[in-house]
Design a protein around this ligand. Structure first.
Ligand code: SAM
Length: 346
């Protein structure tokens, strides 16, 4: 199957676009800028995790070149993630540099997924650089539970970061992983809290990704049952709102805020997938839930003209699979995917 490297009618303005063998246009790139994180969430990675040696990790300049190559190919949304993106040294210089694509309007959106631990420091500058929205991962509003889930995190610091983001004018979406027996008694309180602060919220099913040192089957909570329970307290009105991502949204009538459900296990929405994911070593994963990948670091370093890089990107997109097939049950208790989420990011 070959990549459809098509020229849209406005090609002179925007250049070629990437479409995969199933006709899905690739407009969204998620970039894990570091595999390091200042938290050790129990469902994400083991506490004694070893990280990549620096030599393996792309420099900020190389990350900029790679992201810009995707922008040249018609990517309009760029999300920086990790690890924790805001713990990467000099990360603001990368964001500053990438913001030129916002100014030129080739990028519609540059955004971040963050644990908010560093947001108090960076929120104003992020807004000044054109960031308008951040996704913040927050699974609980209970300080003791927060410490237990993140192993190393402090809830106060995160709430301060979220408040700074709001004050800076950034729209905040709260992402919570639904964990059986851990935070399932808190969703009502979190929906109310998000309503008070004007935040949208998304619930995520725990995915069988890598070894986190915990039994995921004990943590797994199907969102179909969560939604049914929430419907007793809240009026959830289905919404057509789509980001091209895997979430399906409802509007909580009582708060007016959106509530998203990411259900890779009970229901996937791969047919409309418009995204690919790049790791901090320059490996491109065409699907979060598959192992197939493309090495973009070699062509990036081999050829200063970007020609080899562009060919490698096009070839990789021609291998984007139709979808993933995560399974979580007693027969498949181990990780379906070898890498943990801090490698490919959320
Ligand atoms: N450090 C940033 C953060 O906390 O948002 C970005 C990286 S983190 C890996 C991205 C998202 O992946 C977080 O919302 C996290 O909760 C989620 N995540 C990590 N491991 C997961 C798993 N096994 N299943 C579902 N979500 C997971």
């Amino acid at each position: 199957m070959s990549t459809l490297l098509t020229m849209p009618p406005h090609a002179k303005l925007n250049g070629p676009v990437l479409a995969d063998p199933f006709g899905r246009r690739i407009t969204c790139l998620r970039v894990s800028v570091t595999d390091r994180c200042d938290f050790r969430c129990v469902y994400c990675m083991a506490e004694d995790r070893t990280f990549l040696p620096k030599a393996e990790v792309l420099s900020l300049e190389e990350l900029d070149r790679l992201c810009s190559a995707f922008v040249d190919f018609g990517v309009t949304k760029l999300r920086l993630t990790g690890g924790e993106p805001l713990v990467r040294r000099n990360i603001m210089s990368l964001i500053r540099s990438l913001s030129r694509h916002l100014q030129s309007r080739r990028l519609q959106e540059l955004t971040l997924t963050t644990n908010a631990s560093q947001l108090a420091k960076y929120a104003d500058e992020l807004y000044a650089l054109g960031i308008r929205r951040v996704n913040v991962s927050l699974d609980t509003l209970d300080a003791a539970k927060f410490a237990a889930i993140t192993r190393w995190g402090k809830l106060d610091q995160v709430l301060e970061g979220i408040a700074a983001a709001k004050n800076a004018g950034l729209a905040v979406k709260i992402n919570s992983v639904a964990l059986m027996g851990v935070n399932d008694d808190e969703f009502d309180a979190m929906i109310a809290w998000c309503g008070e602060h004007g935040f949208d919220m998304t619930l995520i099913e725990v995915m069988p990704m890598g070894d986190s040192g915990e039994d995921r089957l004990d943590q797994y909570l199907p969102l179909s049952s969560v939604r049914a329970k929430l419907s007793r307290r809240w009026t959830l009105e289905d919404s057509d709102y789509r980001t091209g991502g895997p979430a399906r949204y409802a509007v909580v009538k009582e708060t007016g805020r959106k509530l998203g459900f990411i259900t890779p296990l009970t229901h996937n929405f791969c047919e409309s997938c418009n995204r690919v994911r790049l790791t901090c070593t320059g490996t491109l994963f065409m699907c979060l839930g598959q192992e197939d990948a493309a090495d973009l670091r070699t062509p990036l370093r081999a050829d200063a003209s970007d020609e080899a890089l562009r060919a490698a990107i096009a070839e990789a997109i021609s291998r984007k699979p139709k979808g993933h097939d995560f399974v979580i049950d007693r027969r498949h208790a181990g990780p379906a995917i070898g890498r943990t989420m801090n490698v490919t990011g959320g």
